[in-house]
Write a protein that binds this ligand. Structure first.
Ligand SMILES: *[C@@H]1O[C@H](CO)[C@@H](O)[C@H](O)[C@H]1NC(C)=O
Ligand SMILES: *[C@@H]1O[C@H](CO)[C@@H](O)[C@H](O)[C@H]1NC(C)=O
Ligand SMILES: [Zn+2]
Length: 442
């Protein structure tokens, strides 16, 4: 694990990847890479339904005797796997009240906790908000499958060189988990059928002259966190997000304009005591924690995302947090959020021997409207809402640029599962230890 703080930030300028390709970020403003060329697919996508409409259920990598993982789960299989798990283990599923542009719904489940009321669930795992980051849904679903299998059979879990006991499984489940394995179903269906390295959703509203590059909104720039680009320093305003529909980071017509982001907000509103939120992305090998807007600082409460006095300087991570701007986070919150991040990194490295970098999100590049910042910001924008710590985890490798770098090989797909699932386990154990908020029993 590499642990990175502000003093070493400048060394990270070479860090490419992490949801955006170097060529997409080249020259300041973020553009569309050429996707018209159909790319190599990497690991194949499943063609049928290995869970037979929910009659069968997945078994994860950590349990042994796992489901056939020779192909990536297709969109239909993500849903049938969820139904199969719910049938085998008897937990509640939900479907959000929003429908995508292509008529898809978004479904998830709730497991563990200390009762069955919505308020017992304190951890939220979100998958596949960016379409091309293949395997994201699989990582979430197989992990949930592992927890439930291990609970039912009284066993532990093994991810590469990292092992967990049955007592760990019981503790992990006690946190109460709400999960949404596929938050961008249209984008994933499109990417899987075209191999076009597609990132955004499939909102056709801004499309001009049938130009496919102008279809879609970057869902991870559409949340209500300093969404308005006039609230950023002009030098970074075209990097944190974009008003141009052809950009990979086009942020939409308004914050929460999209059914997919509305669905994630709905989960946060419904399971209103969620304390820990994790959004799963690729690629890079990073664990990123709040804030993503500017360098964290714990000395000046006035320097915060709600204060328009700093609109002209927000997002310049190179300026001093004393003379310029830094995003306020209390030292207690920073300790809590970074310590669980570091714990995840250590476990993910132990699983496979890879080295994850654990750092503040803004050190990768500052962003507007991202899910992890929105999760953490809710309580500060409205003190009636629960405090929730936000993370972005970036599994995966930047593969050959002739193919889509986000598409895993067979071996990488398995390695990603070992790393993310050890990381999820540690995330839950860390959350249980650092705290879940007030009583969960109901
Ligand atoms: C492995 O799992 C399958 C179901 O997924 C089951 O039919 C088979 O008996 C299991 N094999 C062993 C050795 O447990
Ligand atoms: C975070 O840190 C503070 C102070 O150390 C502690 O009181 C609090 O319970 C911690 N956990 C959470 C989830 O806020
Ligand atoms: Zn991403």
């Amino acid at each position: 694990m590499k642990w990175t703080d502000a003093s070493s930030f400048l060394c990270l300028a070479h860090l490419a990847g992490a949801c955006l390709l170097p060529e997409e970020r080249a020259g300041g403003s973020i553009r569309r890479h050429n996707t018209r060329q159909i790319r190599n697919s990497g690991k194949a996508i499943g063609t049928g339904d290995r869970f037979n409409g929910g009659a069968l259920f997945p078994i994860g990598l950590g349990s042994g005797n796992e489901t056939d993982m020779s192909t990536i789960l297709n969109v239909k299989e993500v849903n049938s796997a969820l139904q199969g798990l719910a049938k085998e283990y008897g937990f509640e599923t939900f479907t959000t009240p929003y429908t995508t542009y292509e008529g898809a719904t978004m479904s998830g489940g709730t497991v563990g906790g200390q009762g069955t009321c919505d308020e017992t669930y304190r951890v939220f795992l979100n998958g596949a908000i960016h379409a091309r980051e293949r395997g994201s849904s699989d990582n979430v679903l197989y992990f949930i499958a592992d927890l439930l299998y291990a609970e039912k059979h009284g066993t532990g879990l093994t991810y590469g060189d990292k092992t967990y006991t049955n007592a760990d499984v019981v503790t992990a489940l006690s946190t109460g988990i709400v999960f949404l394995p596929l938050s961008n179903p249209d984008g994933v269906a499109y990417d899987q059928s075209t191999n076009s390295c597609w990132r955004k959703n499939r909102n056709p509203a801004a499309a001009t002259n049938g130009d496919d590059d102008t279809v879609g909104v970057d869902l991870n720039r559409n949340f209500d966190f300093v969404w308005d680009l006039s609230k950023w320093a002009t030098s970074v305003a075209d990097e944190v997000a974009s008003e141009d529909p052809s950009s990979e980071v086009y942020h939409g017509e308004a914050a929460f304009s999209e059914p997919e982001t509305q669905s994630i907000k709905w989960v946060m509103d419904t399971y209103s005591k969620v304390r820990w939120f994790l959004d799963l992305h690729s690629y890079a090998g990073d664990i990123l924690y709040s804030w993503g807007s500017d360098t964290d600082q714990s000395t000046n409460t006035a320097k915060n995302f709600l204060n328009s006095a700093y609109d002209s300087v927000r997002g310049k991570t190179s300026d001093s947090t004393t003379t310029g701007y830094g995003e306020y986070i209390s030292s207690a919150d920073l300790d809590n959020v970074s310590s669980v991040g570091k714990r995840m990194g250590t476990a993910m490295d132990a699983a496979t021997g890879r080295s994850y970098t654990v750092m503040q999100s803004a050190y990768l590049y500052p962003t507007s409207g991202a899910s992890d910042d929105y999760a953490f910001s809710r309580h500060f924008a409205d003190p009636d809402l629960n405090l929730a710590y936000g993370y972005t985890v970036e599994f995966g490798f930047g593969n050959n640029k002739a193919s889509c770098p986000f598409y895993p090989t067979d071996a990488q797909y398995i390695q990603n599962l070992q790393e993310t699932n050890a990381g999820f386990m540690e995330f839950l154990l860390g959350a249980a230890e650092v705290g879940l908020g007030d009583s969960q029993a109901c």
